[in-house]
Design a protein around this ligand. Structure first.
Ligand SMILES: Nc1ncnc2c1ncn2[C@@H]1O[C@H](COP(=O)(O)OP(=O)(O)OP(=O)(O)O)[C@@H](O)[C@H]1O
Length: 627
């Protein structure tokens, strides 16, 4: 049960303004350019000025949280602008650092750096490991750290840790958290673990040479570091903090970049998303209640948390001092100025897992005499289970008699007997929440039962329609394969799992009897399973005439369930009847609800009707057995 709880200092509605730092890169006038000197300069650690384009004898002054001049080192930028927000992610809050600015102004240098001058990203990750080590030593929490890495290229979300992946969808869960189903998330146990993943993945990022930057980033890159900490003792609180480290692509004036063709298209996508970012900031600053156009670009949708959301955010605006960048610099400074007015509302993302049978466990622990590791592992396992129970609608099948929820209520009430008044209030809230959950589970259960009934009815109609055994010998499917294959049509692809090399195990294991007479019928019905013509459900059903060995059937069901629960996007798409859209929906479902407890849970996925489910099952059982 994830819930918003008060921020770490106890102020439930504490706000946090976006901190804005500006970093000026060193002057790098090329040999072929006339040396006009810089158009911008720093005044002190917070102020700078830029020549006024309307009147060159005047300057325009700006004030920011921090100004980093051209001599500022990578270490100084990290210490003053980034390090202070990192501890938040160890207490279940989110933090974001993003580098903004024109192309060639030093964003990638600031975020990535080089091996001799590492930037914000490697320094921040190192620091997170350091903080975790200190905390884990002194407190009763277990920590785990994971990473994801993506780029937004031409309005497509691409997984940099799995470069062959396609455009990934962006979703929002019921707690308003943005997430990306199918995005790789890898656990990392130390900095070198991170480095091993990050360095090659960064090379997957799209870069190209433009007139203004030899190695210009053509995409927005977003690195996510997720820290999950779990309390060892009851009530086993679990907090999830996320750190977003974002290297934006630079705004580009295509009269000067010399972009054409594909570079121009990339540039269009970059400028459009940055323009939307501008609109988002304008809307957030507007006193009128206007719609914030987060959904107008992938970038703003993903940054929703960082701007006007729940994050502690730092924006590092990179600017270049040369005159040729004048208008870009001017625009970036104005954007930075208004961004510092944006206010976020960070909160702690926390899950509380109440042990199902605390009294029994206390005795178990005691009798086991275990000091630390074993009981602790057990608690973690229980906690995962409890979370599944309350988050997954499918778990309502398991709670038909509601023992787990009732146990939780009893446990809570027992705990309340022994606790202080102030704790009682929050316990009471938990009880109320649990009662609400029971109600919701009951409603869901009813829904599922209706679906299951419909499904059973369809199955019943189908089986009563058949009397004769399907096959009478073991060779027919091979013959079928030969004869059906010669009549090339799209049905062949459908029956592929039953082709020569795969049929043998199916025949041996699953088919009891078959007749050559039935073979033709079978070819028709199996192919019909994939694309049943409207109103011909009977045809679909008549294909399901195998007499299967129950243990083989069960094995196949388990195989399918395993893929549904652990399969990557690609593996899910490898299932029969699952295309790109369905595979993403499955990943999304898993992200929200956890595991499929039984295959019938698939019925709760959007667009999965009883008929489709029936077809899905048959095609995959045949396929699984064939393999
Ligand atoms: N503070 C700095 N000190 C030294 N060199 C810098 C600094 N900032 C940037 N540079 C250099 O300037 C060049 C352009 O920087 P970088 O590639 O980081 O720009 P960018 O803003 O990421 O550009 P784009 O948006 O096109 O990717 C690089 O050669 C980089 O090494």
């Amino acid at each position: 049960m994830a819930q918003r709880v008060a921020t770490s200092d106890g102020a439930a509605k504490k706000t946090s303004r976006v901190r804005v730092a500006v970093r000026l890169r060193p002057y790098m006038g090329g040999e072929d350019e006339k040396d006009e000197g810089p158009c911008v300069r720093g005044l002190d650690s917070q102020n700078l000025e830029i020549v006024n384009w309307r009147n060159a004898t005047e300057t325009v002054k700006y004030h920011f949280d921090v100004f980093h001049d051209e001599k500022t080192t990578q270490q100084e930028v990290f210490l003053s602008s980034v390090k202070p927000i990192l501890p938040h992610i160890l207490t279940g809050q989110n933090a974001s650092v993003f580098a903004y600015g024109p192309t060639g102004a030093g964003k990638t240098h600031t975020m990535m750096g080089s091996s001799d001058q590492p930037g914000v990203i490697p320094r921040a990750v190192r620091e997170v490991f350091k903080l975790v080590k200190v905390k884990a030593d002194e407190e009763g929490w277990d920590y785990s750290i994971g990473m994801s890495y993506l780029e937004i290229y031409n309005e497509k979300v691409l997984d940099l840790l799995s470069p062959s992946s396609q455009d990934l969808p962006i979703r929002e869960n019921k707690d308003k958290n943005i997430f990306i189903p199918g995005l790789t998330h890898t656990t990392i146990s130390c900095f070198s673990d991170f480095d091993k993943q990050f360095v090659p993945a960064s090379l997957n990022r799209t870069t190209a040479s433009t007139k203004l930057n030899q190695r210009s980033s053509r995409s927005h890159a977003i690195l996510l570091i997720k820290v999950v900490r779990t309390q060892r003792a009851a009530p086993h609180r679990k907090q999830t903090g996320k750190l977003y480290l974002i290297d934006l692509a630079g705004s580009e004036d295509n009269r000067r970049t010399g972009n054409q063709g594909i570079r121009l298209k990339e540039s269009g996508a970059i400028n459009l998303s940055l323009f939307t970012l501008n609109k988002v900031v304008d809307s957030l600053n507007s006193s009128a209640a206007v719609r914030v156009p987060y959904r107008d670009s992938k970038l703003t949708r993903l940054l929703q948390d960082s701007l006007g959301g729940s994050s502690h955010s730092v924006m590092i605006t990179n600017i270049a001092p040369e005159y040729k960048y004048y208008f870009d610099t001017f625009g970036a400074l104005n954007f930075a100025s208004k961004s510092k007015l944006v206010v976020n509302k960070p909160f702690t993302c926390e899950t509380v897992a109440v042990p199902a049978m605390p009294v029994k466990r206390a005795r178990d622990d005691h009798t086991a005499g275990g000091s630390g590791t074993e009981p602790h592992k057990k608690k973690q396992k229980d906690e995962r289970k409890t979370e599944q129970d309350c988050s997954s609608p499918s778990s309502s099948f398991d709670s038909l008699s509601e023992p787990s929820v009732m146990d939780r209520l009893i446990a809570l009430e027992k705990l309340m007997m022994n606790c202080q008044d102030k704790d009682k209030l929050s316990m009471l809230k938990d009880v109320a929440q649990s009662r609400k959950e029971i109600q919701e589970l009951k409603e869901k259960q009813k829904e599922f039962e209706n679906k299951a009934m419909l499904f059973r009815r369809l199955d019943g109609e189908k089986s009563s329609a058949k009397h004769e055994p399907s096959f009478k010998d073991n060779t027919a499917p091979l013959q079928r394969k030969q004869s059906a294959a010669t009549k090339a049509n799209k049905q062949q692809a459908v029956v592929q799992p039953l082709q020569v090399s795969q049929l043998q195990p199916l025949q041996q294991l699953a088919v009891v009897k078959k007749t050559s007479v039935c073979v033709k019928k079978k070819v028709k019905t199996i192919s019909d399973q994939v694309e049943p013509p409207d109103g011909k459900e009977n045809l679909v059903e008549t294909g399901w005439e195998f007499k299967l060995d129950t243990s083989v059937l069960e094995q196949s069901r388990q195989k399918i369930l395993h893929v549904l629960n652990t399969g990557s996007l690609k593996e899910l798409k490898g299932l029969q009847q699952i295309g790109d859209k369905k595979a993403k929906l499955i990943l999304g479902w898993r992200e929200i609800h956890g595991h499929f407890l039984k295959l019938e849970d698939v019925l709760t996925i959007e667009g999965m009707t009883a008929k489709r489910f029936s077809t899905f099952m048959k095609a995959n059982i045949l396929s699984a057995m064939g393999k």
